[in-house]
Design a protein. Sequence first.
Length: 535
Amino acid sequence: MTTRSLTYRILLIAGLSLVALVYLVPTFVSDLPQFWKDYLPSQGIRLGLDLQGGTHLVMSVDLEKAIENSLDRNVDDLKRELSEAKVPLEGAARKDARIEIGLPAGADRNQFVDVIKERFPNLSVESSTTTDGRATFELAFTQREEQHLREFSLEQSLETIRNRIDQFGVTEPIIQRQGAQDILIQLPGIQDPQRAKDLIGRTALLEFKLLADVPNADNYEVTDQPLPPGTQVLNGADVDTSGIRGRRIKYLVQSQTLMTGDTIADATVRPATQLEGPHVSMSFNARGAKQFDDITARSVGKRLAIILDNTVYSAPVIRERISGGQAQITGNFDIKEARDLAIVLRAGALPAPVHVAEERTVGPSLGKDSIRQGVTSFIVGGSLVVLFMLVYYKFAGVLADLALIFNVLFLLAVLAAFHATLTLPGIAGIVLTLGMAVDANVLINERIREELRLGKTARAAIEAGYERALPAILDSNITTFLSGIILFQFGSGPIRGFAVTLCIGIVTTVFTAVVCTRVVYDYQILHRRLQTVSI
């Protein structure tokens, strides 16, 4: 041990302490000066849902519907490919999780099977029947393709929900996969779960269709008569108030979808004017702009229905060809509804419907109570530990208590530096760290006592105590650290919060117990000629 080595260790501890204080300032000081925000860390320790309050949701993705939607798209592709291959069809439609194809009598079945194998490797022929010369085939996705669709739909739903929440403006949300088809969502600070559910759960499938070429297609009266071929009835967003009881206006639209919202590049809210309320302006990417240009060019004078989740929001007349790649959705929106609509359009449509499987709302008062109780447990537990060490180990106990203070300082600073989220189980992990922190000092102090009983000098006893206690300290803490990693890897949110503080606390514990306390002894040995040890 040399003076230079001691100086380096003192500078290391002082430097780490200064850095820790810098990282912790934003946690305890809310109004930071601008220079601090520009050059120094400005984000403090984040509080979890159980401490800050907010909304906890578990959204379940309807993966079966995602498969059905994909089959619907394959039906149109099948019709086109079979027509190009000159294979006659009597019908093609999806029934549940299968596609049913009908071939007329005399059709070449082998040619049909060859087309399926060559052009649709993701489909397999499950069964075939023949009645009066007509053949009926049932097609379904291969097992590998179905599994791929399930994984892709869940991941796409996760990404879409994350994009929507990011644009919603929630600070540090938790969005992660849970199980085979669920998504865990925690929104700290959000006390309006209904708005969050409406925003997250909206499928946001945007479609453009032409109104049917019949009178009053924009206020259609539903009767018992069959609908014109190739048409369907959709509800409108507006309410007809002309009658005694208001009802939603119904639109008769063509079934064919001209384009969808997957080509939207941006969607923004436009403020209200004297003529209309807030509306959403959309701009398309290059492909979408070309599609919209083609649609409007061949449909001048017709009415184009803008449909979101099977609800017609507007049906303007196409006055002229629109080449700028711009469109807008108008309706009886308030500014919040228009903003939420713009968010889901920018983030994209969900590949399948989602529904709420679990919902909890944590109030801010409950979060404050949790913080108060956690701080109380921290103070009580810490005070008992400090008092015990002072009484039992005297001056060595004072060093252990100082190491405990540095331990908590470094632990909180690491949480702030890595933007970790502090939860109620995390506070429990900090309290547990207090108890474990002095365990290393107890091992060191007891080893020093044993060496003193053997008649060694103070310097020799201190050096032997640290050297012989170190293997036991490392063994116990490494095994606990590995357990914490396993908890973090396989545990859920609360368990992860506990594991994070536990693992960080173990690292800071070993450093403060072995390095910080040893510096004081080494300083006394070098500069004060230590003769006895108060232990």
